[in-house]
Design a protein around this ligand. Sequence first.
Ligand code: 5AD
Ligand code: SF4
Length: 456
Amino acid sequence: MRFVNSYETKIKKLVQEKSLTYSIDTMGCQMNENDSSKYMGILESMGFRKTTSDKANLILFNTCCVRENAENTLFGRLGFLKKRKLNEENVYIVVVGCMTQQRHILEKIKESYKFVDIVLGTGSMSLFPEKLYNVLFSNKKEIEYIEAGNEIEEDIPIIYEDKYKASVSIIYGCNNFCSYCIVPYVRGRERSRRPEDILKDIEKLAKNGYKEIMLLGQNVNSYGNDFKDRYTFPDLLKDIEKIDGIEIIRFMSPHPKDFKDDLIEVIRNSKKIARQIHLPLQSGSTKILKEMNRKYTKEEYLTLAKKLKAADPEISLSTDIIVGFPGESEKDFEDTLDVVSQIKFDQIYMFIYSKREGTKAAKMEDFITNSQKVERLERLKRLYENELPLLNKKMIGRCYKVLVEGKSKNNDEFYTGRTSQNKVVIFKADEKRIGKIVNVKIDSEHLWYLKGTIEE
Ligand code: 5AD
Ligand code: SF4
């Protein structure tokens, strides 16, 4: 489906007359960040100007429901806006994203947050202009439940805040139904964008000076499974490799069960694919992995990780781990610690299991107390933080290519960028280097970042 905004002219006129501004509050993952860039594109094409002030006229919340705490955050922030909405003119509140696909959330908004103007689900961005038009011109509320969109919406305008790196969605939805995960219920079934559309977007980005591309999908290596012409994720990577100007290709997330040898081969032969692979482990226990419906064992995961490192020893691995899944025994958790100490991940995103109504795991008996879960998370964190300096130290004295992203936020004297392994490095440079790829020799490690010097 091609995005056409037939309300653009009418809305733009009103927005410009009133000088309306907007702000976007994004929760959750990179897919949501990417969707927010599209909402920015749509809003700016209709004349809205972005503001960081809390006085924005249109406040858009792009929500996440992967873990429970996000709900409290949303309702806290909405509650905070109530006074403004009731006392001021030209204030519009929009809630979009994953949480809106859950009926109980919609009921709660209708019941207790009646001042919200628009609720819009995932994959339904094309409906946004019409809904906004109704709100702006007829004061109508637009908060009906809409099924998660199962089509691909192409040609939505998009605005990136970064100038040199951009994310590009390649596949939407998920068919995996990991037993803990709400995503397949709120993002619909897998659907891959046609390669022509993806390549056209990336070529345009390259022409505009972008150097780094992050390919996004809930499960990127399912890409193309829904095509008749057998064009696969490795095929896509090979085609992106040919685009002049793009120097770094990243992707997330692949599913270990679908990580086949042809993909490893493409990574090994590529000069552009980053030497960092995000490989979500979730648990190191074969028993728990089965309960999670992950479709691989501890041993299969270890074999895959070793294959990747063997393909190129420069490859670093990052992962997601959930602790405290229902039925996780001490022995199961020790299996997770065992995988972590064998693989030595450069980055671990750690989560305490959060029960999501509607998922299979929500029906499983959960005997683990909250303090046990917190204690496991702490143990995992300790192990990781003990290992990280050793990995970092191996980089000292070596040179790495780094895309200079800008000034370091914490240290005025320094600029910042990341190595191919996704390690943050700070170094002395000047404005002219921003957006360029430089060689940096690593001098010291500081747990979450490295310090280096540019080598000419
Ligand atoms: N509880 C805790 N973590 C979860 N994730 C997904 N669902 C849940 C849940 N119910 C984590 C997984 C996934 C990451 C994006 O979020 O680790 O890879
Ligand atoms: Fe959720 Fe599993 Fe799909 Fe990832 S692969 S989005 S964890 S169901």
